[in-house]
Design a protein around this ligand. Structure first.
Ligand SMILES: *Cc1c(COP(=O)(O)O)cnc(C)c1O
Length: 388
C-alpha cells in the first residue's frame, strides 16, 4: 500500500502505541508474529480455506438494477458482506486473528464488545476452533443487549459484565487489556475494529482487505474497469478500510466513508490519544471524549482508526455524515427495491450513495460495501416507524 509508515505503526501523525511497558512487550511480540505469518503461504492458504468453507466467501458483487434505475445516475453495485456467516464483515477479521492466535500457541481468546456483534462473531469462531472464549462487556450493555449475551453463551463463551467506570465499552476494553497483561502466555486478545494500539489496526486491515481484493476482481470482470467511487460506513473503520485497501493506490477511485451525524469523528474530530493510539477524536469543551449517539450501535464510537484519520487529513479519502431520517429512508428503499434488508450501520453508506448516484452520469460506477444484514435491526426500526 502507498501509505508508507515512516515510523512503525504510524500513518502520518496518527496511530502508534500509548500503553504501559508491560503491555508494550506483549504487543511487540504480537507484531513480530503477525509480520511472520502474514506472508506465510501455509497460513494464507488456511485463512482462505476457512473464508470459503465456513464464512461462505467469495460473496457476490451484486448489481442493484432497480435502485440504479430509481436514482437515475451512476450504476450501483453492492459488495455483499451481509451474506457472510453471522451476517457481517466482522467474521473475516475474527477468523484471521484466531488462526494467528493458534499459531502463537494461545488456548484462550478474549475480546471486548459493545453492542455484542463482535462478541458474537468471536464466540462463533471460538466454538468452531475449540478455543476457550471470554467476552468482556460493559454491565449497562449486557442489559441492553441481553439477547446477544445469550447468543454468546449458547456458543460456549463466558460473558463477563464490567461494572467499573461507567460500565460501557471503554471499561470493557480496560478489563480485557488487564486480563491480557496477566495471562499473555496462553491468551490472545482479539480486537474487533481497525482501532487500538499498533499493531492491531494493521492486523485488522490485513484480514479485512479480502473485501476489496474480491470486489476489484469482480468489478473488472463485470465492467472491465475500476469503479469511480467506493462507499462504506465507518464506526471504528474496519469494513471501510477493508473495502478501500486495494483501491488506495488507484487515484481515479474516490474513497468515501460515511458517519452518523451524532458520531462525526472524521468530520469534526481533532487529533488526540484515545484507547492507546492517536486518531481524530470528538472532544467536549473540557477535552474529554464526547458521548456519541447513533441509531446504529456499531457506529457509536468517539474515535476512529488511525489510517482513516490519515486518509482524511491527507485528502485521499472523503468523509460525510448522513442524518437518521436519511438512514431510515434508505433502509426502506433498499428493502423494497432490491429485496435486501441492510444493517443500520451499512444503511449509512446506502443513504450517501442515494445522494451521490443521481449527481453522476449513467456510465459511472459506485460500489457500496454492504457490511451487514439488517435482521438484527428490524425490531428497532419497527419501533421507530410504527410507534414514534
Ligand atoms: C460493527 C459493524 C460496523 C462498524 O464497524 P467498523 O469497524 O467501522 O466496520 C459496520 N457494519 C456492521 C454490519 C457492523 O456489524
Amino acid at each position: 500500500m502507498s501509505l508508507v509508515q515512516e515510523r512503525r505503526g504510524y500513518f502520518g501523525e496518527f496511530g502508534g502505541s500509548f500503553v504501559p511497558p508491560e503491555l508494550q512487550e506483549v504487543l511487540d511480540y504480537l507484531e513480530e508474529q503477525f509480520l511472520q505469518y502474514k506472508d506465510d503461504h501455509e497460513f494464507n492458504e488456511e485463512f482462505k480455506f476457512y473464508l470459503k468453507e465456513y464464512v461462505g466467501r467469495a460473496n457476490p458483487l451484486t448489481f442493484a438494477a432497480r435502485l440504479t434505475e430509481r436514482l437515475g445516475g451512476a450504476k450501483i453495485y453492492l459488495k455483499r458482506e451481509d451474506l457472510n456467516h453471522t451476517g457481517s464483515h466482522k467474521i473475516n477479521n475474527v477468523i484471521g486473528q484466531i488462526l494467528l492466535a493458534k499459531r502463537m500457541g494461545a488456548k484462550r481468546v478474549i475480546a471486548e464488545t459493545g453492542a455484542g456483534q463482535h462478541g458474537v462473531a468471536t464466540a462463533t469462531a471460538c466454538a468452531m476452533f475449540g478455543m476457550d472464549c471470554t467476552i468482556y462487556m460493559g454491565e449497562e450493555d449486557t442489559r441492553r443487549q441481553a439477547l446477544n449475551v445469550f447468543r454468546m453463551e449458547l456458543l460456549g463463551a463466558k460473558v463477563v459484565p464490567v461494572s467499573k467506570g461507567q460500565g460501557r465499552l471503554k471499561d470493557a476494553v480496560d478489563e480485557a487489556l488487564n486480563d491480557l497483561v496477566q495471562n499473555y502466555k496462553d491468551t490472545f486478545y482479539l480486537l474487533g475494529s481497525a482501532v487500538g494500539p499498533h499493531p492491531y489496526p494493521s492486523i485488522v486491515k490485513h484480514f479485512q482487505s479480502i473485501i476489496s481484493e474480491e470486489s476489484k476482481m469482480q468489478i473488472l470482470e463485470k465492467e472491465g474497469r475500476l469503479p469511480d467511487a467506493v462507499i462504506a460506513c465507518v464506526g471504528g473503520g474496519s469494513n471501510a478500510i477493508g473495502a478501500f485497501a486495494h483501491y488506495i493506490d488507484e487515484p481515479g477511485v474516490r474513497l468515501i466513508g460515511v458517519e452518523p451525524e451524532k458520531a462525526a469523528t472524521l468530520t469534526k474530530g481533532v487529533p488526540a490519544v484515545l484507547h492507546g493510539f492517536k486518531c481524530l477524536v470528538l472532544l467536549d469543551e473540557e477535552g474529554n471524549p464526547q458521548p456519541t449517539y447513533s441509531i446504529a450501535a456499531g457506529l457509536d464510537y468517539p474515535g476512529i482508526g488511525p489510517e482513516h484519520s490519515y486518509l482524511k487529513v491527507s485528502g485521499r479519502a472523503e468523509y460525510y455524515t448522513v442524518t437518521n431520517e436519511e438512514v431510515l429512508e434508505a433502509f426502506q428503499v433498499l428493502s423494497r427495491t432490491e429485496g435486501i434488508i441492510p444493517a443500520l450501520e451499512s444503511t449509512h453508506a446506502v443513504a450517501y450513495a442515494m445522494k451521490l448516484a443521481p449527481a453522476l452520469s449513467k456510465e459511472q460506477i459506485i460500489i457500496v460495501n454492504l457490511s451487514g444484514r439488517g435482521d438484527k435491526d428490524v425490531e428497532q426500526v419497527f419501533h421507530m416507524l410504527k410507534q414514534p
